[in-house]
Design a protein around this ligand. Structure first.
Ligand SMILES: [Mg+2]
Length: 210
């Protein structure tokens, strides 16, 4: 492998799901319960059902503004994101591994999260400093991380696919799709529930050195 660029997914790879869950499940459910005057648990079930009916292949799935309009919620996405920003949690191995990789590789962040969402996570963790670029596929490319999005990434970085290594926790968006266009990819499986992939970023160092 002649890797020049390492591309990282964000949610589930560098930060855990606490913040996303707080915003999408907790905060949105509260607002929806308020709006509809229904119990919180019922609100939660309904919004989660709506999310899964939409599915994560659709751009709107990632767009808080869309859901605010659709459910006619009070307040704004911005307020909601600010309210839960202290829930952002970075995985323990991230800083150390990025410190060791920077200087040796070009590092980029490539996420399906919307820009406003990603921005809060970057500010809270200070991860910004490690990346030459941070790219929100849905905000910047107007598409989920499909094979075309990975080709765009390669074009944007002016580097051929075979010199890029992408790492992330979603089998399709972070593993199959980049592989389709010749980008090296590694699946990370933080909770260890699935047998495939590596279980933490320390293993990434081993893969690169080995
Ligand atoms: Mg992810």
């Amino acid at each position: 492998m002649e890797i020049k660029v390492i591309s990282f997914d964000l949610d589930g790879t560098l930060v855990d799901h606490s913040f996303a869950d707080a915003v999408w499940h907790e905060g949105m459910a509260e607002l929806y319960a308020q709006k509809q005057a229904i119990p919180l648990h019922e609100a939660r079930e309904r919004i989660i059902r709506s999310y899964s009916e939409m599915g994560d292949e659709a751009l709107q799935w990632y767009d808080l503004g869309y859901w605010f309009l659709r459910f006619q919620l009070p307040g704004s996405p911005h307020e909601l994101l600010q309210r839960y920003r202290d829930r952002v949690r970075m995985f323990g191995d991230v800083r150390d591994v990025l410190e060791r990789l920077r200087g040796r590789y070009r590092l980029v962040l490539f996420s399906n999260a919307c820009r406003d969402f990603m921005q809060v996570e970057l500010e809270e963790t200070g991860l910004d400093q490690y990346f030459e670029r941070t790219i929100s596929s849905v905000s910047d490319f107007k598409r989920v991380k499909d094979p075309q999005a990975y080709l765009k990434l390669s074009g944007l970085l002016k580097i051929p696919p075979r010199e890029i290594l992408h790492i992330g926790d979603h089998k399709k968006f972070d593993f199959s799709n980049p592989s389709t266009v010749g980008i090296n990819s590694i699946l990370i499986n933080r909770d260890g529930k699935r047998p495939e992939g590596i279980k933490d970023l320390k293993k990434l160092l081993e893969v690169l050195e080995g």
